[in-house]
Design a protein around this ligand. Structure first.
Ligand SMILES: [Zn+2]
Length: 66
């Protein structure tokens, strides 16, 4: 379980702070025309973007299992 999250994490672009993540979120939203979210990642201690709300919920639950 942890391994699969890590793989997903490293294949994603990492943003060092909330401001940067938010900047790219807005840019990609304009570009792709769909809503995105960003979340704090405990594995690489950075921010990632996601378009999947269910992924966020899943992540939230997993983080709270630790
Ligand atoms: Zn990460």
């Amino acid at each position: 379980m942890k391994k699969s999250i890590w793989r997903q994490c490293t294949s994603k672009r990492r943003y060092k702070d909330e401001h940067t993540a938010n900047h790219y979120r807005k840019m990609f939203e304009r570009e792709r025309g769909k809503e995105l979210d960003y979340y704090w990642c405990v594995y690489c201690e950075g921010y990632h973007l996601t378009s999947s709300k269910s992924f966020l919920e899943e992540k939230y639950l997993l983080v709270h299992e630790f």
